[in-house]
Design a protein around this ligand. Structure first.
Ligand SMILES: *[C@@H]1O[C@H](CO)[C@@H](O)[C@H](O)[C@H]1NC(C)=O
Length: 191
């Protein structure tokens, strides 16, 4: 017997458990965001930018990577600390550093870029790259974020061959945490 109130508790637990945070270092490894992208992020997930040196996390567009998107978010130029954004959808989000020539040096970051990460990075550097299609390159695993693991990726990869650091994939730990919590609650309900 599962009561309606228990079901609502489980739904709330599930909603919390599904939200993931992705830590992204800004400038800790030269003129780079690390990891260079995250994939499989969903609405409600958060991106926490962690600053080293003077940089920004400013939203742009795929076609104009080094220009602020109208109405887009912008951390402003920070020399330390963090700036967090909450995702409103699963749509791609394109980000650059607006300090000096950093974007033109390739200092960009993307959420859910699909097969367009390499094209975005190239456009930031004033180059053009023909789209390589969506076959997905090799899965590049080693991300530095504590919340990332290479399991659970549906295999999109980040389009290999451009030399970018690995794309972080959504961690599967949050969903297993959900089942542990759900199992605990059901166990309590059965008493
Ligand atoms: C989500 O929406 C809010 C309110 O419109 C906005 O401030 C924020 O920048 C959006 N987040 C992203 C990642 O675009």
């Amino acid at each position: 017997m599962v009561s309606p109130s228990l079901l609502s508790i489980l739904a709330a637990v599930a909603a919390v458990a599904r939200a993931a945070n992705y830590d992204v270092n800004v400038g800790a490894d030269g003129l780079n965001f690390t990891p260079a992208s995250v994939s499989d992020a969903v609405q409600g997930d958060t991106i926490t930018f962690r600053f080293s040196g003077m940089h920004s996390a400013s939203e742009s567009t795929l076609t104009d990577p080094c220009t602020k998107k109208s109405g887009g978010f912008d951390s402003g130029q920070l020399t330390g600390g963090t700036y967090q954004v909450t995702l409103n959808s699963t749509d791609p989000v394109w980000v650059y550093c607006n300090v000096g020539g950093h974007c033109r040096a390739g200092m960009v970051f993307a959420v859910n870029p699909g097969s367009n990460l390499a094209a975005f990075q190239a456009a930031a550097q004033g180059q053009t790259v023909s789209s390589t299609g969506s076959t997905g390159g090799s899965s590049t695993g080693s991300a530095s974020s504590a919340h990332t693991s290479s399991t659970g990726s549906s295999g999109g990869g980040s389009g290999g061959g451009y030399g970018s650091p690995g794309a972080a994939s959504r961690s599967s730990s949050s969903s297993s945490a959900f089942w542990v919590l759900a199992g605990t609650l059901l166990g309590v309900a059965a008493l």
